[in-house]
Design a protein around this ligand. Structure first.
Ligand SMILES: [Zn+2]
Ligand SMILES: [Zn+2]
Length: 246
C-alpha cells in the first residue's frame, strides 16, 4: 500500500500546510484517513477527489474533519466522473450530532464503524483502539489482506501502554507527536520521546512523526524520538506530499 501525507499539523493549518489527512492507496482503492483543514486542496494535487472510495475519520475535532463539508460540496457539485455516486464516510457513532453530519443528500453517507469489530474496507482490514483524548477517538490499524502489510495510525492520544501491542510489528507507524517536551497541565498528545518508545517497543519498521506543532523544528522531534529507538528503526517527520510505500 501507498500512504501519501496530505496534512500533518495539529490544531490548525499553518504556512500553507494542512492539518490531519492521509491518502491510503492500493492499485484500485483510494481511502482518505481524516479530512482536516486544507486537506481537500492537498488531495486535489495528487488525486481527483471523485476517485475516492471511502473516507474514515479518527474523531470529530476540527483539525481532523474541517474539510468534510467542502468535500461533500465537491461531491455534490462537481460533475466529473465519480468512482461511485455516493461517497461513504466512516466515523464512530458515540457523538451522534457529528456523526449525522457525515450525511449529505445525494453526495455522502455516514457509515458507523464498530470499534470492537474488524471493518472490511476494500482491500483493508481495519482494527480500532480507543485512545486517551478529551473526546472519543480511535487509533486504527490498516492491514492489506493481500500482502499482510500494516499501517498503524495513533490518531490523537496521550501515552497509553496499549498502543505498543496495537502497533506491534507494523510496517509503518504514524504518531501524534505534538510535543517536544512534557507540557504542563493536561496532556492529550504524545511527546517525541513517547512516540519513539512506542515504536521501539512495538518493533515497528518505520516511524513517522505527525500531528506536529507549528513552532518547533521537526528535526528536533526526530532527534528526541531517536534517543530511545534502536538504530535500525527509521524515524522521519511528516511533510506534505511525502509518500511511503510499504
Ligand atoms: Zn488533532
Ligand atoms: Zn483531537
Amino acid at each position: 500500500m501507498k500512504i501519501t501525507i496530505l496534512g500533518f499539523y495539529g490544531g490548525y493549518p499553518y504556512d500553507n500546510q494542512a492539518t490531519s489527512g492521509y491518502l491510503i492507496q492500493t492499485e484500485n482503492y483510494n481511502l482518505l484517513l481524516d479530512c482536516g483543514s486544507g486537506v481537500l486542496l492537498k488531495l486535489e494535487q495528487v488525486l481527483d477527489p471523485l476517485q475516492l472510495n471511502a473516507v474514515i475519520l479518527s474523531h470529530y475535532h476540527a483539525d481532523h474533519i474541517a474539510d468534510v463539508g467542502v468535500l461533500q460540496h465537491y461531491w455534490q457539485l462537481n460533475n466529473g466522473i465519480k468512482q461511485q455516486p455516493i461517497l461513504p464516510i466512516y466515523g464512530h457513532k458515540e457523538d451522534q450530532a457529528n456523526f449525522s453530519k457525515l450525511n449529505w443528500t445525494n453526495a455522502t453517507v455516514a457509515k458507523a464503524y464498530d470499534p470492537d469489530l474488524t471493518l472490511k474496507l476494500g482491500p483493508f482490514d481495519v482494527n480500532f483502539l480507543a485512545t486517551k483524548h478529551p473526546v472519543t477517538a480511535y487509533a486504527m490499524r490498516f492491514t492489506e489482506r493481500k500482502t499482510n502489510h500494516s499501517f498503524v495510525f495513533t490518531a490523537d492520544t496521550a501515552y497509553m501502554d496499549a498502543l505498543v501491542a496495537f502497533a506491534s510489528h507494523a510496517d509503518l507507524l504514524i504518531t501524534d507527536t505534538n510535543f517536544l517536551a512534557e507540557p504542563t497541565g493536561a496532556k492529550w498528545h504524545l511527546t517525541a520521546e513517547e512516540s519513539g518508545r512506542i515504536a521501539s517497543e512495538a518493533e515497528v519498521k518505520q516511524l513517522l512523526l505527525s500531528h506536529l506543532p507549528q513552532n518547533i523544528d521537526p528535526k528536533k522531534l526526530v532527534t528526541s524520538a531517536k534517543k530511545v529507538t534502536n538504530s535500525k528503526l527509521i524515524v522521519k517527520y511528516a511533510a506534505t506530499g511525502k509518500v511511503i510505500e510499504i
